[in-house]
Write a protein that binds this ligand. Structure first.
Ligand code: SF4
Ligand code: SF4
Length: 367
């Protein structure tokens, strides 16, 4: 395993983190604690020291699974991060209860990084004073070591939050498909925040086999997941990438990728980007996912159809695209478009939606 210094803190964090939001499940929808324990322990035994959770992952069973799995490991060797959603308008008492429950489930005396979850500038203005006051009390009692935030806002707002100087760590999305956060990541690193990347494999997109994508690049990679993880970790401003792992095989593969990690060079990244750009041009489909075209009177999910088409044609992960397209209800698929044209005038990208819907339906359904 390889490690990086975590912002201005004294932690050395494993470049692969365990995201405990996709743990193995039993048929009744609860966490399979035996399997979860096995894979978390395997990860720790092979050098992973960063574990990420939230009190609502798996209906509260994620923190419990971590608590069970870490028994017997020296606590000071592990870095545990969990979160609270302040946007839920919790009272101070509820915040305190959630923290106490998290500590109990995690079976620990303290949490290394306690995050205000999915922070937006709006939520910051409304709830952050409360978060700071409550966490200060918890820090005084040594129940929390550091504060952080996870974020899904615009880059400008991310920067505003970073510049408040109130946080030691940021968890943010960043991957081959989504690069917008790169500027915020650079600023966070510069300001001494530990940077955690969530969704390194693009919400699972690159967890699928993507022979087409791999055939476009010179570098020999075992899988698209390995390529995606390496892409994220090639950014020196990123400290750790958390992967939501469900099977021992995934854990083993990710550990192998990170242990034998050599960063992608600037030229390699440039080449991958050029391929994506040229394929985007070829497809001539610049859907931003803004949803201004929605709702469609016939229930066609326009942006999702375009997203899966892009995943296949631009990013070369055809199996994922196929599964994503057919996970849409029949009336949401491109083939259900009647060609009424109502969506087209609302599209700021001036996409000929009717024509493109025919193209998407033909590609996926051969009709
Ligand atoms: S043209 Fe097709 S996608 Fe657009 S609004 Fe009409 S039915 Fe929906
Ligand atoms: S309005 Fe245009 S760009 Fe926006 S989601 Fe619809 S098709 Fe995509």
């Amino acid at each position: 395993m390889q490690y990086r210094k975590f912002g201005n803190t004294w932690y050395k964090v494993s470049m692969l983190g365990f995201g405990a939001m996709r743990l193995p499940m039993l048929p009744d929808g609860t966490v399979d604690f035996d399997k979860a324990t096995e894979i978390i322990r395997y990860a720790i035994e092979h050098g992973v020291n960063f574990i990420d959770s939230h009190h609502f992952y798996h209906n509260g069973q994620s923190e419990e699974a971590i608590g069970r799995a870490i028994k017997g490991f020296p606590r000071e060797k592990l870095i545990i991060q969990t979160k609270i959603g302040m946007y839920n308008n919790y009272t101070d008492q509820q915040c305190w209860q959630l923290l106490e429950t998290a500590l109990k489930k995690l079976d620990t005396d303290y949490i290394d990084f306690y995050l205000t979850h999915s922070l937006r500038w709006e939520t910051y203005l409304k709830h952050n004073k409360q978060f700071m006051n409550f966490t200060q009390k918890a820090m005084d009692q040594k129940l929390i070591r550091h504060r952080g935030f996870s974020v899904h806002d615009s880059v400008e707002n991310m920067k505003k939050i970073i510049n408040t100087g109130e946080f030691s760590a940021m968890t943010v999305q960043y991957n081959l498909l989504y690069r917008e956060s790169q500027e915020a990541i650079a600023l966070a690193h510069e300001r001494g925040l530990g940077v955690v990347v969530m969704g390194p494999v693009g919400g699972g997109t690159f967890g699928y086999p993507g022979e087409t994508l791999l055939s476009w690049i010179e570098r020999k990679e075992k899988s698209t997941a390995a390529l995606a993880l390496k892409f994220v970790l090639s950014n020196p401003d990123v400290d750790v990438a958390i992967s939501g792992m469900s099977t021992l095989q995934q854990v083993m593969e990710n550990i192998e990728t990170v242990s034998n990690f050599s960063p992608l060079t600037k030229d390699e990244i440039k080449k991958i980007d050029e391929i994506f750009q040229s394929r985007k041009k070829l497809l001539n489909l610049y859907c931003t996912g803004c949803r201004y075209c929605m709702p469609c009177p016939n229930n066609v999910n326009i942006p999702s159809n375009f997203h899966w088409y892009n995943v296949a044609i631009v990013y070369g992960v055809e199996k994922r695209a196929h599964d994503g397209y057919f996970a849409l209800k029949p009336e949401q698929r491109a083939s259900a478009c009647t060609g009424c044209g109502r969506c087209e005038e609302k599209c700021p990208q001036k996409i000929p939606i009717r024509e493109k819907m025919k193209e998407v339906a033909k590609y996926f359904e051969k009709k």
